[in-house]
Design a protein around this ligand. Sequence first.
Ligand SMILES: Nc1ncnc2c1ncn2[C@@H]1O[C@H](COP(=O)(O)OP(=O)(O)O)[C@@H](O)[C@H]1O
Ligand SMILES: Nc1ccn([C@@H]2O[C@H](COP(=O)(O)O)[C@@H](O)[C@H]2O)c(=O)n1
Length: 211
Amino acid sequence: MTTPSFAIGIAGGTGAGKTTLAREMVDGHADAVTLIPIDNYYDDLGHLPFEERAEANYDHPSAFEWELLREHLDALLDGDAVEMPQYDFTEHRRTEETVHVEPTDVVVLEGIFALYDDVITASLDLRVYVEADADVRILRRIERDVVERGRDIEDVIEQYRATVKPMHERYVEPTKKTADIVVPEGANGVAVDLLAEKVRAESTAGLGLDR
Ligand SMILES: Nc1ncnc2c1ncn2[C@@H]1O[C@H](COP(=O)(O)OP(=O)(O)O)[C@@H](O)[C@H]1O
Ligand SMILES: Nc1ccn([C@@H]2O[C@H](COP(=O)(O)O)[C@@H](O)[C@H]2O)c(=O)n1
């Protein structure tokens, strides 16, 4: 059993490049990193009709199951495995399956609210906020949501106006002040290299050691 030695939180607005940064900084050390995408902890709205699920506000903190996320983060940091829920953006609900996740040397928590919850933030060793201009983020998001999340461009724009932008300004952007590091433009080469070096150091430190 491995007890993680280091926990990193990566927050930032939608489309800022959080997922890309997380992926690139663990490149080559993926076996030593446990990734927790906070999106997997959206409340399951499976009991509602699809139209209602599509209209929900997914950018308010109350859209997430914080208790389960805290419980799973605690378990992983204590060296215990979890059954992680999985989220389907095309259906706006959790899938039937969970994924068995074992703790490793480094835990990376990634999502718009990675630095929102005081209890969670206190258990992180490094807090990162990824920043990108709003116009860059919405353009990235339109492309991604249409190609990968099965959305119409009109719906993406309307959702952005109605909830994504106002919630970002009210709840996500203010978490930047709790960050240790603010990364401009997401997966920029210098930031990736620095964070990758930290991940490598923590992974090497944990090699072969049961803690
Ligand atoms: N530094 C970057 N330069 C160019 N495109 C980027 C950069 N970072 C991310 N992207 C692209 O922007 C889109 C959204 O990035 P993603 O990492 O999924 O953002 P987030 O997880 O913050 O929502 C993806 O298509 C990704 O390839
Ligand atoms: N059913 C859902 C659930 C979430 N979203 C949007 O996802 C965004 C967070 O994910 P990122 O990878 O972009 O950080 C968030 O802004 C929600 O609006 C959704 O559209 N549908």
